[in-house]
Write a protein that binds this ligand. Structure first.
Ligand code: SF4
Ligand code: SF4
Ligand code: SF4
Length: 717
């Protein structure tokens, strides 16, 4: 961030290139960005570091040491993470770093500055409760005791410098262009640095190595029950599981951990869970959801967070080796449990979503299940930002070079955009079949029959069709007819594609709802995934029609007074749409089942996915617990509506979660978005809670009634 201070209004809408004060809040950025090049002589440099004032100098790159000396900078250090942790603020260091700024910068006399910070803190956090306010006051007081000036040596002593290159093996475009953009020097790139056809490489987040976490997970094979839950929840596809044969181990580093695989279909295989330490965001969700406790020390689980600096080199080697182990082919994994699915390669990895994001595990799951043939239209919002955030791209490809086709469109037209993708694919398929007929004599009866009658309901069927298409392409190259040329360019459309329309609640419930409804009404084979955070997350927390009663959000600061729209119920009204409401943190298996059913349904499907979000106001490590509480309170009933069941004489509506077992308040008051109102306006909060509880009860009764209705055949009897 760039910030100017002065007694008069400042009208300088451009970045600062001469700074009197430079602060680095994340020490791993120091060896990647030249942040002191803008520092003015005799200015101040503040660093948040785990190293003490006596040690920190030894951890600075050469160019940083050089600039501190040459510019005669006053250098200060603080371990803000330690203070935040001790106080209970977790990773939130903003109050601490802000206090340092005012204490050092002299923009206000120090005492006056501290008084003002406390006043402002009260204004910001007062309504969030006594506990949060106290923690922030404590943070301010502790800051001054822990802020130290470093005695700067006379000469440069470091033996390492800024990391200018990308990791070994990075492709030339990543090394020459993306690397420059990552360090903030994209402006220096000539147009010729970019591919002339406008394409931009995918799968590039893996080269970025953001190194933003202090702690990373380390796996204990002896405690692990191989459930796959840690892999399933990881929002960043950082921790993964693989099974492989013993011979793979011959080049393994000695520190590489493994155990016998406990999978009925993989007898004599080995199993490893491994995290990429440089891509981990330190959200701790993997540790949180791990169900396996160490018998000797119940505080430990089968995956534990360990201070990164002590194990970084070892874990980098382990990850490098793990990454080289091939994934099994999809048709080798025939189970549909979490344990099985987590052996599939994610084709969405290391995105820049917030640490602990509740949306990204769904996107990752989609790519594990269908990514090699997915065509995705993504609405603007968080998912378009972390999905296509330059300079790096998280969507990637498998070893055959197949991965999701992805594009972003506007809030107001993404459903139609995705429908257009489906229609285009159908047209291509239709035309390809027509060309096959016209070239039947050249292609031969057998190949024509196989291509036209392929059963692509299973992975095996899809793979068989891919082989047929390979044969087709080879034959077409030898046929000198214009139709052959056309068919060659269309032949990939003969393999089944999976069209997904994705976005948040701001898109699906509000701005894009007209288009969404239009698509629901068409009955075309598209899948819609609504990542429901119940608020406009990316734009800073404005209410949407998905915002629940009693939650505060921008434009609903007095608590939302009307109920959340029941999008699932509206979609079910059509009768021919597959509908599911899922919460991955509450029921992994239900989520997987819904994704598989939705995709296999030869019509329109919609999945509404509960997504915990930083906008809800609690530590994201509790996201899965909150998802469970949402389901247990009856606020978020898990449902599936499958029109195919009607044809089988069954009730298409299935209520998959149990009767509410906790009151609504036990769910909502764990979140600041609801809790705030109990302080700012307890009377209104009470009324809205009563109203919300009534709505939950009413809806539950209705859902129960529907789920108990007989299927059509029984009715006839
Ligand atoms: S700490 Fe978070 S980002 Fe890191 S591996 Fe665990 S779940 Fe993934
Ligand atoms: S969640 Fe725990 S027990 Fe399950 S696979 Fe991961 S480490 Fe093993
Ligand atoms: S704002 Fe919410 S939905 Fe968006 S990336 Fe962050 S946690 Fe995920």
């Amino acid at each position: 961030s760039h910030l100017r201070f002065g007694p008069d209004p400042i009208k300088s809408p451009y970045l600062i290139d001469k700074a009197n004060f430079v602060a680095c809040h994340q020490s791993s950025f120091l060896d990647r960005y030249e942040m002191l090049s803008v520092a003015e002589p005799n200015g101040i440099f503040l660093l948040n570091s785990i190293h003490s004032k006596d040690e920190v100098w030894n951890y600075l790159p050469i160019s940083v040491q050089k600039q501190i000396i040459e510019k005669n900078l006053r250098f200060y250090v603080i371990d803000a993470y330690k203070i935040a942790n001790e106080i209970g603020l977790g990773g939130r260091i903003n109050t601490i770093m802000q206090t340092c700024f005012f204490a050092l910068s002299n923009v206000l006399p120090k005492d006056e500055a501290i008084k003002e910070i406390k006043k402002f803190t009260e204004k910001t956090y007062g309504r969030k409760g006594e506990k949060i306010l106290k923690m922030n006051f404590e943070a301010i007081d502790k800051t001054l005791d822990n802020l130290h000036q470093v005695i700067v040596p006379k000469g440069v002593t470091s033996n390492f410098d800024l990391k200018t290159s990308m990791p070994e093996g990075a492709p030339p475009f990543v090394k020459n262009a993306i690397a420059k953009m990552i360090i903030g020097k994209g402006d220096e790139l000539p147009v010729s640095a970019f591919p002339s056809d406008g394409t931009y490489p995918t799968g590039t987040t893996k080269w970025e190595k953001r190194n933003i976490s202090l702690e990373v997970p380390v796996w204990s094979p002896e405690t692990c029950i191989q459930c796959g839950k840690c892999v399933f929840i990881c929002p960043h596809a950082v921790i993964r599981a693989k099974v492989y044969t013993r011979d793979v181990l011959k080049n393994a580093p000695s520190s590489f951990r493994y155990t016998e695989a406990k999978f009925s279909q993989f007898k004599d295989y080995l199993y490893t869970v491994q995290a990429s330490p440089e891509d981990c965001t330190g959200c701790k969700l993997c540790h949180e959801v791990c169900p396996a406790k160490n018998k000797q020390d119940p505080k430990l689980k089968a995956v534990n967070m360990v201070f990164k600096d002590t194990i970084l080199d070892r874990e980098k080697d382990n990850w490098k080796f793990f990454d080289s182990i091939p994934y099994l082919d999809k048709d080798q994994i025939n189970g549909t449990t979490v344990k099985d699915i987590q052996l599939l390669q994610p084709l969405f990895e290391f995105s820049g979503a917030c640490a602990g994001c509740g949306e990204t595990p769904y996107v990752k799951l989609l790519t594990q299940l269908f990514g090699d043939r997915a065509v995705m239209g993504n609405a603007t919002g968080c998912s378009s930002i972390y999905g296509g955030n330059l300079p790096t791209t998280p969507y990637t490809t498998n070893k055959e070079g197949r991965g999701p086709t992805w594009s972003n469109s506007l809030f107001e037209d993404t459903a139609e955009f995705g429908l257009g993708m489906r229609i285009a694919l159908d047209k291509q398929y239709e035309y390809a079949l027509d060309l096959i007929d016209r070239l039947a004599e050249d292609l031969g009866k057998e190949l024509v029959f196989e291509l036209k009658n392929a059963d692509q309901k299973t992975e095996t069927g899809i793979n068989k069709q891919r082989e047929m298409v390979k044969l087709l392409k080879a034959k077409l190259k030898g046929i000198q007819k214009p139709e052959a040329k056309d068919l060659l360019s269309l032949s990939d459309s003969l393999v089944k594609k999976s069209v997904w329309i994705i976005g948040g609640d701001g898109w699906a419930y509000d701005i894009g709802y007209g288009g969404l409804d239009h698509v629901l009404a068409q009955g075309k084979n598209v899948n819609i995934l609504v990542l429901d955070t119940e608020v406009y997350s990316n734009t800073g927390g404005q209410k949407s029609k998905a915002t629940p009663i009693g939650a505060i959000a921008k434009f609903a600061m007095g608590g939302k007074a009307s109920p959340k729209k029941d999008l699932a119920m509206m979609a079910m009204n059509y009768g021919n749409v597959y509908v599911a409401r899922v919460a991955l943190g509450a029921n992994n298996a239900h989520t997987i089942k819904a994704f598989l059913e939705a995709e296999s349904f030869e019509g329109t499907s919609i999945i509404i996915a509960y997504s915990h979000c930083t906008q809800h106001g609690y530590d994201m490590v509790r996201g899965p617990d909150q998802q469970k509480a949402a389901v247990m309170s009856g606020y978020w009933p898990l449902v599936r509506y499958d029109p195919r069941l009607y044809d089988q004489g069954k009730n298409p509506f299935q209520l998959d979660s149990s009767k509410p077992s906790i009151p609504l308040q036990d769910y909502i008051y764990n979140e600041t978005r609801f809790k705030v109102l109990t302080r700012s306006n307890p009377e209104v909060a009470k009324k809205l809670l009563e109203y919300a509880q009534k709505e939950v009860n009413k809806r539950w009764e209705l859902y129960k009634y529907w789920s108990e209705m007989p299927g059509p055949k029984q009715e006839e009897k």
